[in-house]
Each structure stands twice: as C-alpha cells, then as structure tokens.
Ligand binder design. Structure first.
Ligand SMILES: [Fe+2]
Length: 305
C-alpha cells in the first residue's frame, strides 16, 4: 500500500518531518523501489500512454513556447503527447482510488486537512520543461519515469505568495501577487548559485513554498506530484466563520443595496453594521483559545485528517 513513508523514502517520516518539512527542500536522486511501489499500486502510472488511454477527465496541454490548452480526456490528449506537448493532469485521486488512499495517509502524517491535498501528473516525450517560477503550494514531485533536471533557489523577493509567480518580466497570472513582493524587479533568471539537481527513476524533489525553480526533461517522463495547497490561516478563519454563520437566517440574506448610492447604500451599511455588532458581541464573550478551537472545528470538524 502507498503511504507517506513511500513518499519520503529513504527518509523515515519522522526524519523527514524533523529535517525538511515544511521549509527545506528534500532531494533524492533515485529510488527505484518508490517507482516500483507506485506501478504495483496504480498500474495506470506505468507509462504516459497507459495513463492517458483511460483517463476520463480534463488534460492540460503545455507547449514549450508557453502555449496552453486543454482537451476533455486522456485519449484526446494522446496525439498531443506524441507531438511533444507536456500533458498535465489534476486531481488524479478522483479517478484512482489508491492515490486517494495515499492522500489520506499523507494528510494524517502531515496533520493537515485532506481536502487541501491533491495529486497531479506531468508527462511528456522529447524535450520539455517549465521556465522559472515560484509556487504557492508545497510539492512532493516524484519522478516515476525518465530523467528531469531541476534548478532551485529560495525566492527572497516574495514571501507566502498565494498563486504562482513568474520570474523576470513575464506577465503574471495574478498581478495582485506583486503586493507580496518585497523587492522589485523580480529576477530574470535563476541565480548562479542555484541548486542543480537531476531526478531519475523514483527520485523525489520536495519543494517548499516560495522556491524559484525551472526544469528541463528529455525523453519519456512521468512525474507524479502530491501537492499540499493549504490551508492558510486566513482560510481557516474565513471558512470557520462562514460555516458558523451560515446557520443564521440573517447572515444568509442577500446583501441588498451594497452597490447602491446615497440612501440605499446607507441602509445597507446599517443592516451590515447590525449583523457585525451581533458577531462582535459573540466574539467578545469567547476566549481566544475557545474561539480558535470553535473556528477550526467549524471549518474542518473535530478531527481534520
Ligand atoms: Fe512549479
């Protein structure tokens, strides 16, 4: 059975959690046992062709020139794989039960809510790779087939970003991320002292949040990522509050008038202020720790993983 120990081998889960998680990269160049374990538990991961030939959900297609498109399922993606596009599959755990079970164990061992973990695959033939960028999530990238070269460096320009940031002058997916940048301009290319690393069969790159990276692959490649997408503390607060307040008639009411001018706007502000006054009274009568417990429980239940 696949579990968290499979993911971090040859480190033990205890060593990984003590030494690397969540801020230090953990690099394992090769570990054929890991690749074998995944093939045994999920035969679809034996090759890109095999995975795509039965994959029922949307597949992203990425070209080396920045081209991006998608097709509705794996069979439709096969001709593009053969033409050299990188295929990108998300939420494989929805279709492959062994990966869903794996995420259960990973969530438990990382003590994070299961709903914030997903599995992704990148597969390609020929020459492929991604240009310099920094991700908001934490990735366990396992090289199940083929060889991939990585360059890694800490992102000292932006801290705790909330979506991917690209290096240099490339257009940002979310220009709002530039609010979190502490020094501009963003670097055009990876620094000369970047970590250079090659992942081969069964290799692992554990990539913490806020690390610049670029990759280059040659030949048949299949990389499976276990991705930890949160939650951020602000997610816990907003989700917890939302779950707690949704039980109240008044909070479920439509916010009529908030885009109005003049008297309409004043009425809306008054209605909202009344609700906030009631919420403040509830918060003021609850101790910080009790409030924290209640919001976590409202958001994720008593036991989260
Ligand atoms: Fe990335």
């Amino acid at each position: 059975m696949l579990d968290f120990a499979t993911l971090v081998a040859p480190h033990s889960p205890e060593d990984f959690l003590g030494e690397y998680w969540p801020t230090r990269p953990c690099l394992v160049d090769t570990n054929p046992d890991r690749a074998t374990a995944f093939s045994a538990a999920v035969p679809e991961l034996d090759s890109a062709e095999r995975l795509l030939s039965t994959y029922p959900a949307k597949v992203g297609l990425m070209g080396r020139d920045g081209f991006y498109a998608s097709v509705p399922n794996g069979p439709a993606a096969l001709p593009f794989l053969r033409q050299g596009f990188t295929c990108y599959l998300r939420n494989l755990e929805d279709h492959l039960p062994a990966l869903s079970d794996l995420l259960d164990t990973v969530a438990r061992d990382l003590a994070l809510p299961r709903e914030h973990l997903i599995c992704e695959v990148f597969c390609s033939r020929g020459e492929s790779g991604v240009a310099m960028h920094s991700d908001y999530d934490l990735n366990f990238a396992m090289q199940l087939h083929g060889t991939k070269r990585w360059r890694l460096a800490p992102n000292d320009h932006a801290h705790n970003i909330t979506t991917t940031v690209f290096g240099g002058g490339r257009p940002q997916r979310d220009p709002g991320q530039l609010r979190f940048v502490t020094s501009l301009p963003l670097p055009e290319r990876m620094p000369d002292d970047a970590i250079e690393f090659t992942a081969e069969r069964g290799g692992l790159v554990f990539l913490p949040r806020d690390w610049w990276h670029e990759t280059h692959a040659l030949g048949e490649c299949l990389q499976l990522n276990v991705v930890v997408k949160g939650p951020m503390w602000l997610t816990v607060l907003t989700k917890g509050l939302s779950e707690a307040l949704v039980t109240t008639d008044e909070w479920r009411d439509i916010a009529h008038g908030i885009a109005a001018d003049g008297a309409g706007r004043a009425r809306a502000v008054k209605a909202f202020a009344t609700l906030l006054g009631g919420l403040r009274a509830r918060l003021d009568s609850t101790g910080d720790e009790e409030l924290a417990e209640r919001l976590i429980a409202a958001a994720y239940g008593e036991h989260t993983a």
